[in-house]
Design a protein around this ligand. Sequence first.
Ligand code: OAD
Length: 240
Amino acid sequence: MNAALQNVIASSRKIAFLGGAGLSTESGIPDFRSSDGIYKARKAYGVPPEVLLSHDFFEEYPEIFFDYYRKNLLYPDAKPNNAHKALAKLEQDGKLNAVITQNIDNLHQLAGSRHVLELHGSVCRNHCIKCRRFYPVETIMQAKGVPYCECGGIIKPDVVLYGEGLDQRVLMDSIRAIREADTMIVGGTSLAVYPAAGLIDYFTGKNLVLINLSETPRDSDATLCVHEKIGEALSFVLED
Ligand code: OAD
C-alpha cells in the first residue's frame, strides 16, 4: 500500500481525475502505446492506429476502418476493475468532482461514476452521418462490413477520430473541474495525445499525482509519482 498516495487522497476535498487507456488494461483492454497494439495494427493493416483511426481514413476506407474498429476497440465483455471502482467510490464519498477520460469503453459509468467527461467520445453512442439517427453499439457489432442506417447513411461511432475536434462543452467542463480541484490525479495515460495531455496545465491546486506504469513526460511536474498498476494502487479506497 502506498502511504503517500493514501495521505494525499485522505487530505483532498475535490479531486479531478484525468485518465487514459492504462485504466482499462486491468479489465483486459490493451492500451495503445505500451502494448504491442501499435505493432499489431501495423502488421495487420500496414498503417499505425493514428492513421486507421483518422477521419480521412474513415471517409476513404470505411470497410477497413470498421474491420479495425470492431476487432480492436469493442470489448463488450469487459468489466470495471478496481481503478474504475475506486474512482466511483471517491465520487460517492464526495471527494471527487469529475472523471475526465480519453477512454471510450464506458467502464467508468459501469463502475458507477456519474460525472464522466468523455474527451474522445464513446463506443456506446453511434449516429447516422446523414439523418443523425441513434444506434446502440450492438448495431455496429452485428453489422457485416460498413454499418448502414435505414436511410442509406453510414452509422459512425461518436468517437473522436484523429483530425476531428473535441466536443467543446466536454473540454470546457473538464477545464472547470480541473481548475476547481485541490488534487488532480492523472492515471494510465502516456500523455502523448493533445489536447487531453495539455489539460494538466489548467491545474493550480495543491497535489498533482501521476499514477502510471511507465514514466511520462510530466513526471517531473508531479508532487507524487506512483509507477504501479493503477487498479492496485487505488484498491485501498475500496477497503474503507
Ligand atoms: P497510451 O496507450 O498512450 O498510454 C497508456 C499508458 O498507461 C502507458 O503509459 C502505460 O504505461 C500505462 N499503463 C498501462 N497499464 C497500466 C496500469 N494497469 N496501471 C497504470 N498505468 C498503466 O493510452 P492513452 O494515453 O490513453 O485516442 O492514449 C491517448 C489516446 O491515444 C487514446 O485516447 C486514443 C489513442 O490514439 C483516440 O483514439 C482518439
